[in-house]
Design a binder for this molecule. Sequence first.
Ligand code: B12
Length: 226
Amino acid sequence: MDQLKNFIIEGNEEKAVEKVKQLLEDGMSPELILNDAMIAALDKVGDLFQEGVIYLPEMLIAARAMQAGMEILKPRLVEKGVKPKGKVVIGTVKGDLHDIGKDLVVMAVENAGFEVINLGTDISPDKFVEAIKTHNPFVVGLSALLTTTMDAMRHTITAIEKAGLRQQVKIMVGGAVVSQKFSDEIGADYYGADSTDARNFVQESLGSPRKKYTDYERKVQVIESE
Ligand code: B12
């Protein structure tokens, strides 16, 4: 596991893929490989980037090694043959290109038997609105990894409100920079720290109506009535 972690940190795609295969053959659980070696490696990469030890190209090749390893793990993490129970739209917000965590959320929600429309990265508020109109999901997931793109979450929720679609979808937000406090501030219905949280929220939301208003929406109503 330590070797796999190092191969990802070094961005050695070939060796990382080989190692994932070997660990699976040795009977290691795919969840453990993902969490304890692969995600742990990216956390380390993030720290090294922040400390100025590595730069963007190194971060990029580490991400590629992670994604190549994930392709091997995917079939082992995905349960097949579940009938879709309802639709969920998920995307990374405008200006943000991070998709590894978002794709794990997609996988977890799909595994729980939901159809997920994965919009990809750098998704503008208008595109989210369009996707809600086209696909009629009951949950929308927004992902952001950068402090600079957190505001795009706020704009996306505002755009959904302005389009008159807010009451028909529950909005969950997540990503390393997002917190419960921020989620409350922008009027999201739910903040999830990881893909398990996301899956649980989607499962609990099925068939349960949206709380009429979030605290944020109540505050806006009070301000508007004053
Ligand atoms: C890989 C990576 C990249 C790759 C992304 C490749 C890709 N395809 O995703 C590349 C090299 C492209 C990149 C670019 C940049 N990055 Co970067 N990147 C990372 C890194 C190392 C790992 C991110 C990751 O994948 N983590 C693993 C996944 C599994 O975790 P996760 O994304 O957090 O997702 C989990 C949860 O957050 C949650 N979740 C995620 N989304 C959602 C959504 C919902 C609805 C829910 C409920 C839950 C949820 O569930 C996931 C699974 O458990 C992080 C460091 C870090 N520790 O996060 C920096 C980091 C995010 N990057 C950073 C920066 C600064 C940048 C750049 C601006 C650098 C630059 N100077 O250009 C650019 C921005 C490009 C852009 N416009 O987006 C900073 C952000 C700092 C900040 N606070 O804003 C970080 C924190 C590094 C650092 N410590 O400085 N990056």
